[in-house]
Design a protein around this ligand. Structure first.
Ligand SMILES: Nc1ncnc2c1ncn2[C@@H]1O[C@H](COP(=O)(O)OP(=O)(O)O)[C@@H](O)[C@H]1O
Ligand SMILES: [Mg+2]
Length: 332
């Protein structure tokens, strides 16, 4: 894997002319950022909820990524490209050798216009939030809804996600989460299902369970003219077939994680008017907690990733702890 990364950081081995190539790694991807394009490779990992363990699966999910993301990012996702190894070097696109990997090719979006960058410059304004709210509310209204998708709104089915989180976080008790906090969050979540079954069932009746984005945070929204929203969940329908407010809860939680509480309130006010949402505060809090826990979890996963260095791991510990603290703060 590391020699493939080294080669592909060399513009010579990429399919399009570029001066610069830089690298971003997430727990599931290796992302090469070139001048005009971005090439994204899936890591051969299996987390249960996500299985990229074979080349065939990675190839399939590269195509899924393109199809699903075109819903909210019309002209950004371009193609799936092979990566070839000729016995000496790895090369993307065309060339000699056997196919060892696949990459999703997309247009490069301007880093400085990602919602997170705009937020950090202190330039995120009401007009941005209004536009984001409009795009999302419209997307949610049009997103597919079916009997099958509705099933995922049932508390018993959604509980698979929260059970899985707690099972997978268990090993980080004492590292990124304290035992007491783990127990509090788990107990609170259990109780919520017991006391709020009608809330979940009403959401199904109101057709609010849809084929959503599933990974809606500020790094996936670009505040340019067409407002592309990218990197939805392609690897597991169970995370994408969800309550529309579970989708927006992610973004609200993300703003709150970075102390953007009034912006979060602002965004919710815009969104709920357009999407005609009433009396959903407790469910919204439930989904914010769920989302904060997911972020705590995936950041904890970085501790077990051999491609990630010590410094990044230390950072990941701090980030995870902060997400788990945020989750707990919603209960308090
Ligand atoms: N087309 C793009 N233009 C600019 N930056 C991008 C692009 N695609 C990805 N990135 C950057 O790389 C990061 C990781 O890519 P992403 O698609 O979110 O990977 P993952 O599916 O592993 O979360 C993004 O959060 C964003 O900062
Ligand atoms: Mg991402």
């Amino acid at each position: 894997m590391s020699s493939m990364i080294d080669d592909l950081l060399n513009p010579e081995f990429l399919p399009d002319k570029t001066e610069m190539v830089s690298l971003i790694q997430t727990h599931i991807s290796i992302v090469f950022l070139a001048d005009g394009f971005v090439y994204k490779i899936k890591k051969p990992v299996n987390f249960g909820f996500l299985d990229f363990s074979t080349l065939k699966k990675r190839h399939y999910y590269c195509h899924q990524e393109i199809i699903l993301n075109r819903r909210l990012s019309k002209d950004i996702y371009i193609d799936v490209l092979p990566i070839l190894y000729d016995g000496q070097n790895y090369r993307m696109g065309i060339g000699e050798g056997r196919i060892v990997e696949y990459a999703v090719k997309m247009k490069r979006l301007p880093d400085e216009m990602l919602m997170k960058s705009v937020f950090f410059r202190g330039e995120l304004k009401g007009e941005h939030l209004k536009k984001v709210a409009q795009v999302l509310a419209r997307f949610h209204q049009k997103a597919s809804n079916s009997m099958n998708i509705n099933k995922f709104g049932e508390p018993e089915i959604f509980k698979i996600n929260t059970d899985e989180n707690f099972a997978q976080i268990q090993k980080y008790i004492g590292t990124t989460i304290q035992k007491r906090d783990f127990n509090t969050l788990k107990q609170w979540t259990e109780n919520f299902y017991h006391s709020n079954r009608p809330l979940f069932m009403n959401r199904i009746k109101s057709k609010k369970i849809r084929d959503c984005h599933g990974d809606l945070h500020m790094e996936h929204i670009c505040l340019t003219e067409n407002l592309p929203i990218f990197d939805c969940i392609e690897f597991n329908n169970r995370f994408r077939y969800t309550d529309t407010i579970a989708d927006i809860a992610f973004l609200l939680m993300d703003l709150e994680y970075f102390e953007g509480n009034s912006l979060s309130e602002n965004l919710w006010d815009f969104y709920k008017k357009i999407a005609n949402e009433h009396d959903v505060n407790s469910l919204l809090a439930f989904y914010k907690i769920y989302r904060a826990i997911v972020r705590g979890k995936v950041n904890s996963f970085q501790l077990d990733d051999e491609n990630i260095g010590m410094e990044k791991k230390k950072e990941a510990i701090e980030i995870s702890r902060k997400y788990f603290r945020l989750a707990k703060s919603y209960i308090e």
